[in-house]
Design a protein around this ligand. Structure first.
Ligand code: AKB
Length: 334
């Protein structure tokens, strides 16, 4: 468990007092549980409070504090911040692109009101706030290749609009009230143990489960749709390095990227291990609704500023990632 005397880089905290106490919203999602585990290994179980709007499995609750928290309820969140003496919030609660497009009203409240609540709490209580953005914050008029941090941003999905709103509001609070707001634009995240939650990039996870279990996948995107992607452990490492960086960084929002591939390229890589794997694509006359979302996003990102400012560097390229995904999913089936 955490030593109260430890000297660590806590940013706004006096550096020799204690470990930061972190609240993670949306902790039961694709990324939350891995991040909570990593932060607990650094700061002690009791210093990382996991929260969500559903009950956690007993084994998750046994590892450290878990609280029910609705991000749309400011008073409830504030109670948690005060009771647990929270220093940093990692805000993961959000509706992803496909689910948001099906339910715009809910996306507006969860993604925007939820974010406004944590941002206001960060201002009132002097907290550091990390809240990821996404490649979805870009739009069809954004340059598609090596998209830089600062460029044309005119998203045309409800998800992108909510996330761009959050980026701008976070930057405003940083400028105006000195809130230590940090954000990275995540690409699609691949993980074998935790399922993605309703995004356009989910095909890149589903494909592995179908390949191992059924030898075939019906892809909902066209074969040449190129999107930026990353393996989960890289995303968690990049997030932690960004979060714990001791000083306020030059930018509030950074691109982070690892690899970019198309469904066809991913299928070929999978075929190196499962030679009989087959994949089919939608009838061009009847594209899936997620095709238009994917077509509005960049194919690759320029993340040189993240590499410069907080040492971002991925460990997993395509080959290593595909091999690990297949090994892990095969182990689940055996
Ligand atoms: C989604 O597809 O909605 C997410 C994302 C790229 O933000 N995975």
């Amino acid at each position: 468990s955490a030593s109260p005397q430890a000297t660590i880089a806590t940013g706004s905290l006096p550096s020799t007092i204690r470990h930061p106490r972190v609240l993670v919203t949306g902790s039961l999602g694709q990324l939350g549980s891995g991040l909570v585990k990593e932060l607990r290994s650094m700061y002690g179980n009791e210093n990382v409070v996991a929260s969500d709007i559903r009950n956690a499995p007993e084994d998750f609750k046994a590892n450290g504090p878990f609280v029910f928290a609705d991000v749309m309820d400011y008073a409830q969140l504030e109670g948690i911040v005060v009771d647990y003496k929270i220093d940093w919030i990692v805000h993961y609660s959000a509706l992803l692109s496909a689910v948001a497009e099906k339910n715009p009203a809910l996306a507006l409240s969860v993604n925007m009101t939820g974010f406004q609540n944590v941002l206001e709490l960060a201002k009132v209580h002097g907290l550091r706030l990390y809240s990821p953005s996404t490649i979805g914050a870009f739009g069809p008029s954004t340059p598609k290749i090596d998209t830089p941090d600062v460029t044309i941003m005119r998203p045309n999905t409800i998800y992108g609009i909510t996330k761009l709103h959050n980026e701008l509001l976070g930057e405003y609070y940083r400028e105006k009230y000195n809130v230590d707001f940090r954000s990275a634009r995540y690409p699609g995240i691949l993980s074998a143990d935790t399922p993605p939650g309703g995004g356009t990039t989910d095909y890149a996870v589903d494909i592995f489960h179908h390949a191992v279990r059924h030898g075939h996948y019906d892809c909902f995107l066209k074969k040449d749709t190129r999107l930026p992607m990353m393996y989960l452990s890289d995303c968690i490492k990049g997030t932690v390095d960004h979060l714990v960086h001791p000083e306020m960084l030059p930018q509030a929002v950074y691109n982070i990227a690892a690899v970019s591939f198309t469904p066809e390229e991913l299928a070929s890589e999978i075929r190196k291990y499962l030679p009989h794997f087959t994949i089919s694509y939608p009838d061009p006359a009847h594209p899936d609704f997620r095709q238009a979302i994917a077509d509005s996003w960049p194919a690759s990102l320029d993340d040189s500023m993240a590499r410069r400012d907080f040492g971002w560097k991925e460990e997993f390229g395509m080959e290593k990632m595909v091999k690990l995904m297949l090994d892990k999913i095969q182990a689940q089936v055996d």
